[in-house]
Design a protein around this ligand. Structure first.
Ligand code: SF4
Length: 197
């Protein structure tokens, strides 16, 4: 059948076509909290032009997004918000952790700063640097497109192919204790925390 088709017609599978469309229309959800957020903004500017990769449609409603970009340090107080936004994004969804602070806490080795957002939400790609340049974020986005292309679309297969956890994980006991020791008067709201007793 393929030989009988004219040159300007080609055949593919629905799965491949849907994955191709999805990878070229990622809608980022910016969770930008600090200096890395400025580089994220620069990435969307005309100088670097994220639109070339179909990912310029930044939305501030999680229900319209499929790619979270955490750019900047996240403090413990922001964590419930970050987790809630992640949970509100529909599947399939992906996450890029941008910059040393988001990936590891960076230079902020304190009880108040999250020492890596991947302890609380699943991260697919890490962008190193303090701050990373927009070109690095674009390189990560291109790599992300490859991941999206490979995940497939039918029957929720994308979930099975992911190598990272698919939801928030509990805050570690040590982290909770450190927080409570540092702030003994405040009863910290902890989401998904295990029983301390
Ligand atoms: S990694 Fe560097 S540039 Fe990015 S938020 Fe942290 S201190 Fe700022």
């Amino acid at each position: 059948m393929a030989e009988k088709l004219p040159d300007n017609v080609f055949l593919t599978t629905l799965d491949a076509a849907a994955s191709w469309a999805r990878k070229n229309s990622l809608w980022p959800m910016p969770f930008a909290t600090a200096c890395c957020g400025i580089e994220l903004m620069a990435t969307a500017s005309s100088r670097f032009d994220l639109a070339r990769f179909g990912a310029e449609v930044m939305r501030f409603s999680p229900r319209q997004c499929d790619l979270m970009i955490v750019a900047g340090r996240v403090v413990m107080k922001m964590l419930p918000v970050l987790q809630r936004i992640w949970m509100q994004m529909p599947e399939p969804k992906w996450c890029i952790s941008m910059g040393a602070c988001a990936c590891t806490g960076g230079v902020f080795d304190t009880y108040a700063v999250v020492q890596g957002v991947d302890r609380f939400i699943p991260v697919d790609l890490y962008v190193p640097g303090c701050p990373p340049r927009p070109e690095q974020l674009i390189a990560a986005l291109i790599e992300m497109q490859d991941i999206v292309q490979k995940t497939g679309t039918h029957n929720g297969r994308e979930f099975g192919r992911r190598t990272t956890a698919t939801g928030p994980i509990p805050i570690e006991l040590d982290e909770i204790r450190r927080s409570r020791e540092a702030l003994p008067i405040v009863d910290l709201p902890i989401y998904n925390s295990p029983n301390l007793n």
